[in-house]
Ligand binder design. Structure first.
Ligand code: PLP
Length: 436
């Protein structure tokens, strides 16, 4: 019997000192209690009670090489022993920037920050400075970090408040956010070519940027409809609007060049984070020369005390090198195992007569309990039974499998055939309990 006594006691103690009891609000939703980590190795994580799990949460995405990867750890330690941050420049920044320009199709130049949220803030600032316009189109169900100017409609929007034409009011994502912080946001349904085209044609004179997740990973892992991103690309080009692909999840996960490589669409700007550092905090904006050069001489300010610190650049260089080895063999392996896992999960849901949809792209997928035959937009996504999924996540936790409570699974290069077999066996055991 799995017990969580130490995690329970730690969480109670944390509540006395740490606001919210956790360091990032989402983590408090874990059931039966937010777990405390002891250590991790490869695909496995151990909690403070000594329970070991096959980890599909992977720290919300960054751990693409798994926990405590030897090569990555060695690079980090080597960088640390020389000094962890300098405040002046160092060779690692140049090496990483060159690598990023090589692998990211849209990047002539890059800029380094610490988190995905910061990268999105910079990309929006660049787009506004470049176009001299201020409005930004973003989409229902996408997530672009928690900064005031973009945080809305996530994780579950009140769809009634948001007119699909983009003329309705955009609701703040949290208390404490002023309504005016979102006055430049036009919120649209994703994957709807007519709404996109009519809005862009009518309002292009005031629109600086369209920001999109290339695959709607944050809400259902929904693929772009055929031709949708192509239309977005051609309209933004025609109308003088910057297209920003937010690849904080998909970057270095769907391919070394991210979704833009995999889907063959080159945006004007890209934001990457998470998997870039393999678990160490780093993010980047990449883009074409005429936009990125606005940072030259401080026309557009880009600041951050720890930007480009030598530990984060060493981690990112090592991660990119590792993922690039043997012509990207890690991607082939991750995808093969993810295919096996999702096929196995679908077969088990059918066997136990649990209605569900599994949407996948490469080594990331989303499991949703729903009577809908498919989940293809934010509306069908919102029909899923999230309470049932939270219960499922709790049941498999007792069987040694760690999942995010929201249905999103990640695989790492460290996951093995036996991890997949063990996970499928665990799911087979718990599904009868899910029905009761
Ligand atoms: N953009 C996307 C697509 C994300 O999924 C996230 C985080 O989940 C962010 C931006 C924000 O990144 P961070 O949490 O590193 O600030």
């Amino acid at each position: 019997m799995t017990t969580f006594q130490v995690s329970t006691a730690n969480y109670a103690e944390a509540g006395s000192y740490l606001a919210g009891g956790v360091a990032s609000s989402l983590r408090a939703s874990m059931k039966p209690v937010p777990l405390y980590a002891e250590s991790g190795k490869g695909s496995r994580i151990k909690d403070a009670d000594g329970n070991e799990y096959i980890d599909y949460m992977l720290a919300y995405g960054p751990l693409i090489l798994g926990h405590a990867h030897e090569g990555l750890t060695a690079s980090i330690v080597e960088a640390m022993q020389k000094g962890y941050t300098y405040g002046i420049q160092h060779q690692g920044e140049i090496e990483l920037a060159r690598l990023l320009c090589e692998v990211l199709p849209c990047a002539d130049k890059v800029s380094l920050s610490g988190s995905g949220t910061e990268a999105v803030m910079l990309a929006l600032r660049l787009a506004r400075a470049y176009t001299g316009k201020s409005k930004v189109i973003r989409f229902h169900g996408h997530y672009h970090g928690w900064s005031d100017s973009i945080f809305t409609s996530f994780p579950s929007a009140d769809m009634k408040g948001h007119a699909s034409s983009g003329s309705g009011s955009v609701l703040p994502g949290t208390n404490g956010q002023s309504e005016s912080s979102l006055s430049d946001i036009i919120l649209l349904p994703w994957n709807d070519p007519e709404v996109l085209e009519s809005t862009l044609r009518e309002r292009h004179a005031e629109i600086a940027a369209v920001i999109t997740e290339p695959v709607m990973c944050n809400s259902g892992c929904i693929h772009p409809a055929p031709g949708y991103l192509e239309l977005m690309r051609s309209l933004t080009k025609e109308l003088g609007i910057v297209m920003i692909m937010d690849e904080v999840i998909t970057g270095f996960r769907l391919a070394i060049g991210g979704a833009q490589e995999r889907l063959g669409i080159t945006p004007d700007l890209v934001t990457v984070g998470k998997a870039l550092g393999g678990g160490i905090a780093i993010s980047a904006v990449g883009g074409q020369e005429d936009i990125m050069k606005l940072i030259d001489g401080g026309t557009v300010s880009h600041l951050g005390t720890l930007n480009g610190n030598s530990v984060s650049t060493a981690a990112a260089i090592a991660t990119i090198r590792e993922l690039s080895k043997d012509n990207g063999a890690a991607y082939v392996q991750m995808e093969r195992l993810t295919d096996k896992l999702t096929e196995g999960i679908r077969t088990l849901f059918a066997k136990h007569e649990v209605p569900a949809v599994v949407n996948q792209i490469g080594p990331v997928f989303n499991v949703m309990f729903t009577d809908e035959p498919e989940v293809i937009d934010f509306e069908t996504y919102n029909k899923r039974d999230s309470a049932k999924y939270a219960r499922f996540a709790e049941l498999v936790l007792h069987e040694g499998v760690l999942l995010r409570p929201n249905g999103l699974w990640y695989l790492s290069a460290a996951h093995s055939e036996s991890d997949i077999d063990g996970t499928l066996a665990a799911i087979d055991r718990v599904l009868p309990q899910l029905k009761s």
